[in-house]
Design a protein around this ligand. Sequence first.
Ligand code: 5GP
Ligand code: ZN
Length: 137
Amino acid sequence: MDCIFCKIANGDIPSTTIYEDSDFRVITDINPVNLGHCLILPKTHAGNIYELNEELTGKAFTLAKKIAAAVQKATGCSGVNILQNNGEAAGQTVFHFHIHIIPRFKDDDMVLSFGSFKTDSESIAAMGKKITEVLHL
Ligand code: 5GP
Ligand code: ZN
């Protein structure tokens, strides 16, 4: 399989590595939103969060917290977005699971918009109920 993040995570392609252990490599993003934008990559291939096993999923988010704290200290940013995209519709462009750690500054250029979806309280509650039902299956 020709996966660029597999090659980077396993060191076959050089990268600016800021942290590495037996499960993950953390690199700087090649096209950063802000200076200090990092990516956490598991060394084993998983296309998205559903393909990543539970143990690595837990470890990845624990590591995200640690890296976010370091990014905050190093950049002096006033906030951090921890972002993880699954599927093209969600903005995923590289189909190897990764977590973005993005330092944020007041009035920076990044636009993270949640839009203005029109709905009503009954529809919100009904979808919440449906999700609960699926969780219990
Ligand atoms: P996605 O949109 O899939 O959540 O994010 C993919 C991210 O990977 C983007 O922010 C993009 O800039 C970054 N990226 C893509 N190719 C490379 C690469 O070869 N090296 C590094 N360091 N980052 C990459
Ligand atoms: Zn991969």
